[in-house]
Write a protein that binds this ligand. Structure first.
Ligand SMILES: C[S@@+](CC[C@H](N)C(=O)[O-])C[C@H]1O[C@@H](n2cnc3c(N)ncnc32)[C@H](O)[C@@H]1O
Length: 281
């Protein structure tokens, strides 16, 4: 395929191959030809205001002398951060039915009532904040638990937005009114109306920056891991390795949810499918 024709000469085939190989080596991303247009547009837009004379000069720099910050800037250009509150509600329904009901009944042997949840590749944060809202709704005595949610993503812009916890009103359109009133504070008005996740919700969530392909700094294990709508960007060996690593950081009996269009397949013998795209270790 001649990408230079299909992308109005924004990126040549060779340049796209160079970017794809960086994306795969550093972040596990398999860009595939469907991404040519998107990558071309974003890289060209970035280069218009950069100090580089063109795509080749930029790629030479990235390949030979890029700092971690330069690489993160490129990752931001390549990543897709689409997300929403209570996305793929069937995963939240599973947690309510199976996980929180059992905790609320006191069916737990967890030492120190410790619960740890990881929203891996959380993008701008609606996923971990939805998890926190659900926990507050499902466990009336949440204060008595040592309960923490970690949300991580690699993209600078996503992590920054997740840390701010501020979302345009359009992202909250489907939030039930009583939850909106209970867990969000309005900011601004008219077209600038936004909502900030309130302190009660934020106190349960820590946002961190993490490349899923790197070493993970976790000391304890997780009771629940959501790793959703990110594996679609990985090839099978990368996805299988990731599923196995997640399995290693899950408690026995812990829950893993992947995106509803994804599957943990048979990557790990230790995972049992409990509903489509939900697994228990
Ligand atoms: C489509 S969003 C999914 C967000 C959320 N999990 C959901 O389902 O709504 C995919 C996220 O994966 C992140 N991502 C992609 N590759 C990654 C990697 N190697 N390490 C960490 N995050 C990554 C992107 O930055 C992006 O925010």
């Amino acid at each position: 395929m001649n990408t230079s024709t299909s992308t109005n000469k924004l990126l040549t085939d060779k340049q796209f191959v160079r970017i794809s190989s960086i994306a795969f080596d550093k972040w596990g991303l398999s860009l595939g030809e469907k991404k040519v247009q998107l990558v071309s547009t974003r890289v060209s837009k970035y280069l218009r205001t950069s100090r580089f004379s063109g795509v080749d000069a930029y790629l030479d720099y990235i390949e030979q002398e890029a700092t971690p910050a330069d690489l993160l800037e490129l990752f931001d250009l390549l990543s897709t951060n689409v997300t929403s509150f209570f996305r793929e509600i069937e995963h939240f329904n599973y947690l309510e039915r199976e996980f929180y009901t059992s905790l609320a009944r006191g069916n737990t042997t967890r030492p120190g009532k410790r619960i740890r949840i990881w929203s891996a590749a959380c993008s701008t944060g609606p996923e971990p904040y939805s998890m926190a809202i659900q926990a507050l709704e499902c466990l009336p005595q949440l204060d008595k638990w040592d309960f923490k949610i970690l949300g991580t993503d690699l993209a600078n812009s996503a992590v920054e937005k997740a840390r701010s916890g501020i979302y345009p009103a359009a992202m909250l359109e489907n939030m039930p009114k009583e939850l909106l009133a209970k867990y969000f504070e309005p900011q601004g008005s008219g077209e600038d109306l936004a909502y900030r996740v309130n302190d009660r919700v934020r106190s349960l969530v820590t946002i961190g920056q993490l490349n899923l392909m790197d070493e993970w700094p976790f000391r304890g294990r997780f009771d629940v891991v959501f790793c959703r709508n990110v594996m679609i960007y990985f090839d099978k060996p990368t996805k299988d390795r990731l599923v196995n690593r997640i399995c290693d950081v899950l408690q026995p009996g812990g829950v893993l949810a992947v995106g509803s269009a994804e599957s943990a397949g048979n990557a790990s013998q230790e995972l049992r499918t409990v509903q489509p795209s939900v697994y228990v270790k």
